[in-house]
Design a protein around this ligand. Structure first.
Ligand code: DQA
Length: 145
């Protein structure tokens, strides 16, 4: 399976940014771990990160026909980007949304995801493991359904 891992704004600062909320592992360490996890399951994972909404939209468009599944943490775009919602609806590649923190334990504005309705499901609060859990879903779902 070919995975595209998309991370939105400020997630390039993992490890430096609010480590009490997002942990001490860097973005590079996350990508290494996800590439290894994919390889261990006979799959590949490519990581893409941008602080720009349009670049995230372009990456979603380009996933059509190239990747089997998207695992995306849209960062703060989650809470207001109808353009990313529409981009997900415009492609047939399934997406699971991931949040490192438990957004429901945080500020009210983080409780709402405008992008999740276009996703198969959403994982939050499991730290970086959430990305692997999302990949595991795509790897296991066919045998469990
Ligand atoms: C986040 C939660 C968002 O509210 C926040 O804006 C982020 C990270 C998370 O992974 O917990 O940038 O998506």
């Amino acid at each position: 399976m070919k995975f595209l891992i998309i991370n939105g704004p400020n997630l390039n600062l993992l490890g430096k940014r609010e480590p009490g909320v997002y942990g001490e592992n860097t973005y590079e360490a996350l990508c290494d771990r996800l590439r290894s996890f994919a390889a261990a399951h006979g799959s590949t994972a490519e990581c893409f990160q941008s602080n720009h909404e349009g670049a995230v939209i372009d990456a979603i468009h380009a996933a059509e026909g190239t990747y089997d599944a998207i695992v995306m943490n849209p960062g703060a775009f989650t809470h207001y980007s109808y353009a990313i919602l529409d981009a997900l609806k415009a492609v047939s590649v399934p997406c699971v949304e991931v949040h490192i923190s438990n957004v429901h334990q945080r500020e009210e504005f983080r409780h709402k995801s405008v992008t999740a309705p276009a996703c198969v499901g959403q994982i939050c609060g499991l730290g970086l493991y959430g990305y692997e859990a999302a990949m595991g879903y795509f790897l296991s779902a066919p045998s469990l359904s």
